[in-house]
Ligand binder design. Structure first.
Ligand SMILES: *Cc1c(COP(=O)(O)O)cnc(C)c1O
Length: 368
């Protein structure tokens, strides 16, 4: 184990003005403080600190700019009706971060410590969690390689940071099913690549497909990178299809990112005794099911939208209308239950919610 780190704290002298809840845009405004920690070979992770949010200085030769060795995470802090801040399964995000680190040759972080630091940061920035229905504070932990060196090798210096951004409700006018195009030219990743790691490069590789998609297409449905036959994900969400009473999602195969939402959806379906299968699922099978009238629902699942119903699937010249373009009953129940748990409105039988408490702030202040 690494030595216990103390978190240094440097508070900003004046607080920024917060945007109104109805003018929040995703990822454009940031809270007053951020968490930073450095890694130096031989020393490990060190100098954990909470400091004012501000630009950082990095050498132009820093390896992140050239070879993209980086990972990130995405989760949210929610405010309950009683005014308490809470997180949703945050330990899974830090566990996944270490999984991504391993793939990108980035040294592992101490997950328990990262969680403690996050809770202290959220406790300090609680006022940045917007209050209006469906709003939340988006949390972006990330690690970049900072060593100034143009050689191709794992870097010897890194920065781990956590920044916070208040975000508006994803669905301002109720859940709206989206139109998806099956992507048959570009692939997001391949087995053996970095698909199961949350790393910026996967996103860079995904932009072209979206650019090439016809108007009105919200996201693309990614097929496997080898045969371009099997369904992998939709946009940056995991994907589920309800076929003939069973809910099917592509099995984790090394190129699919394992979502916290995906895992929660599977657990909820099992809890409700809804048959759920994790297996290979081809586009041919989905098309066939649609022809036979057995494709009952389709939806994406991820932290941002929680559940994103798919109303239409465009596959070459075929246009598959799903559930008359309406949100299906399973998608709706999943959305209501997950958001209910996240905002503390529904009981949480799984112990998924982690409260951020006053003592998290006190333990932080004690270090000033
Ligand atoms: C982050 C991400 C997801 C969703 O993960 P959640 O933990 O549910 O937010 C799905 N696919 C990709 C490619 C992702 O990057």
């Amino acid at each position: 184990m690494e030595k216990e780190h103390a978190i240094q704290i440097d508070l900003c002298s004046s607080r920024k003005e917060k945007p109104r809840d109805d003018e929040l845009e995703f990822g454009r405004t940031f809270a007053d403080h951020m968490f930073v920690m450095d890694y130096t070979e031989g020393e490990g992770w060190h100098d954990a600190r909470i400091v004012p949010y501000e630009p950082i200085t990095i050498d132009p030769s820093a390896m992140i700019f050239h070879y993209g060795q980086s990972v990130f995470e995405g989760m949210k802090a929610y405010l309950t009706a009683e005014g308490n801040a809470q997180l949703f399964r945050p330990e899974r995000n830090f566990k996944r971060m270490n999984h991504s680190n391993s793939r990108l040759c980035i040294p592992p972080i101490d997950e328990a410590f990262a969680l403690k630091a996050l809770k202290q940061l959220i406790a300090l920035e609680k006022e940045w969690i917007p209050k209006a229905e469906g709003t939340s504070l988006y949390i972006r932990p990330f690690i970049i390689s900072t060593e100034p060196f143009l050689g191709v090798a794992p870097a010897r210096h890194y920065k781990f940071m956590i920044i916070l951004s208040p975000v508006g409700a994803y669905y301002k006018e109720g859940i709206n099913p989206i139109k998806i195009a099956v992507e048959s030219e570009y692939v997001r990743t391949v087995k053996g690549g970095t698909g199961e790691a949350k790393t910026g490069g996967n996103y860079a590789a995904s932009l072209k497909a979206q650019e090439a998609a016809e108007e009105g297409i919200a996201q693309v449905l990614w097929l496997d990178g080898v045969e371009k036959k099997y369904i992998e994900e939709v946009g940056s969400m995991n994907v589920f299809f309800k076929i003939d009473g069973k809910v099917v999602t592509p099995a984790l195969n090394g190129s699919i990112l394992e979502g916290v939402t995906r895992n929660s959806v599977i657990q909820l379906l099992k809890h409700w005794d809804v048959p759920v299968e994790e297996r290979k699922l081809s586009m041919d099978e989905v098309f066939q099911a649609h022809q036979e009238g057995k494709l009952e629902e389709a939806f994406g699942a991820g932290t941002a939208a929680v559940i994103s119903p798919i109303g239409e699937l465009v596959w070459g010249e075929h246009r598959l209308n799903i559930n008359s373009g309406k949100t299906g009953a399973v998608a709706k129940k999943l959305y209501d239950t997950l958001t209910g748990i996240q905002y503390g409105k529904t009981i949480d039988p799984f112990g998924w919610v982690m409260p951020v408490e006053e003592r998290d702030l006190q333990s932080l202040k004690a270090t000033v």
